[in-house]
Design a protein around this ligand. Structure first.
Ligand code: NAD
Length: 556
């Protein structure tokens, strides 16, 4: 197919679709895989705003602009196995000589020298067409829709239930803000965990998208309807989810006024980006969009003030008994800067619930079927269930996911796996491709939010035992290990999750195309990647990580 025909068929802006089936468009699966995943990130079913090439997380983009995107597509269609494409903040900038086991694409997004690493400086560069915000999996082409965070959110809510509610979330009300790309996973995760859920989003379109994909049960426009629904469901012990179109701060104020204290309280508005992500209290979406352009300074002022109020109300509810935690959007920092001095008086989700998993090398392992056939994912589910008969939580998860998760774009699955398990699963998947039990290759990747791939002092590395929260040598070592190990594409980003100046993180995707080459790469990459989490936490003094290190004979 000619380049122009390919663009017309799969990339006519803003209607993007990944090719399906087992026929190659590129020269090999090593380049077909990133090509399909890039286009999949921008598929309307997957991306929050394909018109702007925004995938999720506020302004997280897959490519810098339309022209840059077409150039990347052109390069991927013609790249061979002895070369690698360089992508700088969403734009192809060169091709280097490498070898068949090297990554085919090397990606760097949104990186700035530390003293310049502010939204203000970034915004100037963006306006000049020099940069884009890559979030975590937007600019690294391994976003799989809301499912990508579903299991992590489910595990977090379950861990919360275990710690505070005797392992039982039935008759418990969970309240949160934000029903966007990632936040939209909360209602389904909460109801899967047994809780009653109230989610608040100012943008009705976002809630409609969750209704369409089956992530939320009800959408309402008034506070009264919302509380009536959730209070009655809570009393009956019904795990239902309700999306209310409103400002989250106003809703929390109403709950306080009515003496309603949620059992669990968190937030996933795009607080990390006070200019483009968070909508200030008291103004409509349309007014917000005008003000952002006409007077960005004023917008920022209102936004930070609203976040200070929002966190003040969360603290009040915490005082009244809500189990309250930050869910990785840097809301506390913005609220502090906006005038709430006690913003950090509630914990982040990593130290509260997730770090013990990181010490076992566990993290959000995910894979996608390049064939586009859901049966291929069901085949991988079944293969995992047979290969890990003793891992009951995993089996339980895979069964629930099959029943309740609808796919967005290319069929995909997430499943938190640890050291040893990831390598075993990867080799199993390569065998499924080799023996024709799936119709086309699979790609295996993960979120940048993982055990050894991120430095983010307000999130993944908050309150590290040895105080090394801000040390970003670790994600760089992770990037280098995965490059040396032979991942199919690798990435290093700045600012994901929590915004400019607050994080640095690395991503990787490795291809399972049934070849011996893929097997060798998988053996190395899916050992190295979780191993980084164990090295990182062992070095920081976590005994659980040291135990895992011994268990896998990783002493050095
Ligand atoms: P998104 O931009 O797709 O959605 C954010 C939503 O917040 C939007 O729907 C927006 O309308 C809503 N919103 C903004 N201001 C509001 C207000 N005042 N009241 C009510 N709703 C409001 O972002 P996303 O992909 O859902 O990510 C949400 C946040 O979570 C981001 O900050 C992101 O960086 C972070 N994040 C966390 C994790 C994690 O593991 N915890 C993972 C990925 C992203």
């Amino acid at each position: 197919m000619k380049f122009s025909e390919f663009i017309d068929k799969y990339a006519a802006h803003p209607e993007y679709h990944a090719p399906r089936g087992s026929q190659l468009n590129a020269k090999s699966w090593q380049t077909e895989a990133p090509l399909r995943m890039l286009l999949n990130n921008l598929d309307r079913e997957v991306a929050e705003n394909p018109e702007e090439l925004v995938v999720y997380g506020g302004t997280g983009q897959a490519a810098r602009n339309k022209e840059a995107l077409q150039q990347i597509i052109k390069c991927l269609l013609t790249l061979d196995e002895d070369h690698s494409l360089l992508v700088q903040s969403g734009k192809a900038v060169g091709i280097v000589r490498t070898h068949p086991q090297a990554p085919r694409v090397l990606i760097a997004n949104s990186n700035l020298v530390p003293a310049w690493a502010t939204w203000e400086h970034f915004e100037r560069l963006k306006q000049d067409g020099l940069m884009m915000y890559g979030q975590m999996t937007a600019g690294s082409w391994i976003y799989i829709g809301s499912q990508g965070i579903l299991q992590g959110t489910y595990e977090t809510f379950m861990a919360c239930g275990k710690k505070y509610f005797n392992d039982d979330l039935i008759h418990k009300l969970l309240v949160s803000g934000g029903l966007g790309g990632m936040g939209g996973a909360q209602p389904l995760a909460a109801t899967m965990a047994g809780a009653t859920y109230l989610g608040v989003d100012i943008d009705p379109e976002r809630i409609k998208k969750r209704l369409k994909t089956g992530y939320i049960d009800h959408m309402v426009y008034t506070y009264r309807e919302a509380v009536d629904l959730v209070l009655s469901a809570k009393e009956k012990g019904e795990a239902i989810s309700v999306g209310l179109v409103a400002d989250i701060g106003d809703t929390l104020q109403h709950l306080i006024d009515d003496g309603i204290t949620p059992d669990i309280l968190t937030d996933q508005t795009s607080a990390h980006d006070p200019l483009h992500g968070y909508i200030p209290n008291g103004i409509s979406l349309e007014e917000a969009s005008l003000l952002r352009k006409s007077d960005p300074k004023k917008y920022l002022e209102l936004s930070m003030k609203s976040m200070a109020r929002h966190v003040g109300l969360m603290l009040e509810l915490q005082n009244r008994g809500s189990v309250t935690f930050d869910y990785g959007n840097n809301l506390r920092e913005m609220a502090k800067q906006g005038g709430e001095p006690n913003a950090y008086d509630y914990d982040g989700f990593t130290p509260k619930f997730i770090r013990p998993l990181f010490c076992e090398g566990k993290g959000p392992f995910r894979w996608a079927a390049l064939s586009g056939d859901p049966e291929d994912i069901f085949a991988t589910d079944q293969a995992l269930i047979e290969a890990f008969p003793d891992n009951l939580p995993m089996i339980n998860w895979l069964k629930k996911a099959r029943e309740r998760v609808s796919f967005q774009g290319l069929p995909a699955r997430i499943c938190w796996l640890g050291m040893g398990e990831r390598e075993k699963a990867g080799l199993l998947f390569n065998d499924l491709v080799r023996t024709g039990r799936v119709k086309a290759p699979l790609v295996i990747g993960r979120d940048h939010l993982d055990c050894g791939s991120v430095a983010s002092p307000n999130r993944e590395t908050e309150k590290m035992k040895d105080g090394s929260d801000a040390v970003s040598d670790w994600p760089l070592l992770n990037l280098m290990s995965n490059t040396a190990g032979g991942a199919t594409w690798v990435s290093f980003h700045h600012g994901g999750g929590v915004g400019m100046g607050y994080s640095q993180h690395a991503g990787m995707v490795v291809l399972a195309d049934g070849t011996d080459r893929a097997e060798e790469c998988i053996r190395r990459v899916l050992y190295n990647d979780p191993a980084m989490g164990i090295f990182r936490h062992h070095d920081a003094g976590y005994e659980e990580a040291t135990e895992t290190l011994h268990q896998f004979g990783m002493e050095f």
